[in-house]
Design a protein around this ligand. Structure first.
Ligand SMILES: O=P(O)(O)OC[C@H]1O[C@](O)(COP(=O)(O)O)[C@@H](O)[C@@H]1O
Ligand SMILES: [Mg+2]
Ligand SMILES: [Mg+2]
Length: 336
């Protein structure tokens, strides 16, 4: 059987199934090319001089790694000229990036976390790029931050690329989830799995356990019950995994199920959570839902949250449907 490249897959989505317009297909091809180029940079590691700190801070007050900045530049440069875009927003940029001369051609807005899992870059553990595509509001004359503040249920495409033992691009345009593996010899992404499904039940959870003493009661209750194993109320033993790269943890969940949580905690009570809504939780939440899973902030569906600012943070609970519903119900009960 002949291999199906990402390009052919997208052309089929456009022509045969009429699922995406040609402009969105081209945009996604440009994003994939940028990811390929980031993958090459990641692979060079110390040989390419790309490891280590950049010595600067981003808008969130986090130290930037060299690769955070390189990945951001690769995505901006690739999409500035090739992507039917009106504007871009990134974890690594304070404000939005208005694509020059976009009007009337820029139909879309692209948001990304150029390099997710920054703490893993230097130690050669999986990292990735997360992206989300929104439509540019039509009646608008100029691009401003307000145009980006759309809930996740308005995304037209979302995905990530994980740079691990393999480089894998995972994509949804609202018709299920497909995975593409980078064939380095051919230089192209090849379809390796379609109709990805997350099992509804799981015995595996992912959470940073070192924050346990700071959690809220519903999260503590859920994890306590998992830890109690066969003898506890769940009647089964659980396993734990925490890569500390959301892309890698979500990739595992899309591959074999599980629940991922980065909940609100008492360390910084004013912040809803650590992860960012627009370019981490929304794209991951949509991918997980498209694969039959669920994603909430403990109280509501992530995709229904109306953002109020670009770098808004959110509490995240996502993965196998029955587990996410259980944690969400514990939050509901605690509120009553
Ligand atoms: O350091 P911790 O608390 O384990 O947090 C890990 C989480 O932080 C993140 O690395 C945040 O992403 P960035 O690296 O893009 O800031 C997630 O990928 C991951 O789930
Ligand atoms: Mg991130
Ligand atoms: Mg990042």
């Amino acid at each position: 059987m002949s291999k199906i490249s990402l390009t052919r897959y997208l052309v089929e989505q456009q022509r045969v199934d009429g699922l995406i317009p040609s402009q969105l297909r081209l945009l996604l091809e440009v994003v994939a090319r940028a990811c390929k180029s980031i993958s090459h940079a990641v692979n060079k590691g110390a040989l390419g001089g790309v490891l280590g700190s950049a010595g600067s801070e981003n808008v969130q007050g986090e130290m930037q790694k060299k690769l955070d900045i390189i990945a951001n530049e690769v995505l901006i440069e690739a999409n500035e000229w090739g992507g039917h875009l009106a504007g871009m927003a990134s974890e690594e940029m304070d404000g939005i990036y208005v694509v020059p001369n976009r009007y009337p051609h820029g139909e879309y807005l692209l948001l990304f976390d150029p390099l997710d899992g920054s703490s893993n870059i230097d130690v050669n553990v999986s990292i990735g790029t997360i992206f989300s595509v929104l439509r540019m509001p039509e009646d608008d004359r100029g691009v401003d931050e307000g145009d980006f503040l759309q809930p996740g249920n308005r995304q037209v495409a979302a995905g990530y690329c994980v740079y691990g033992p393999q480089t894998t691009l995972v994509l949804t345009v609202g018709d299920g989830v497909a995975m593409f593996t980078l064939d380095r010899e051919q230089g192209s992404f090849v379809l390796t799995q379609e109709n990805v499904r997350i099992p509804e039940d799981t015995k595996e959870f992912a959470i940073n356990m070192s924050n346990m003493r700071h959690w809220d009661a519903p999260v503590k209750r859920y994890i306590d019950e998992c830890l109690a194993g066969k003898e506890g109320p769940r009647g089964k033993d659980f396993n734990m995994r925490w890569v500390a790269s959301m892309v890698a943890d979500v990739h595992r969940i899309l591959t074999r199920g599980g629940i991922f949580m980065y909940p609100w905690d008492k360390r910084e009570p004013g912040k809803p959570g650590k992860l960012r809504l627009m370019y981490e939780a929304n794209p991951m939440g949509w991918l997980v839902e498209q694969a039959g899973g669920a994603a909430t902030n403990g109280h509501e569906r992530i995709l229904d949250i109306q953002p109020t600012k670009l770098h808004e943070r959110v509490s995240v609970i996502l993965g196998s449907k029955n587990e996410v519903e259980r944690v969400t119900s514990y939050h509901r009960e605690a509120k009553q």
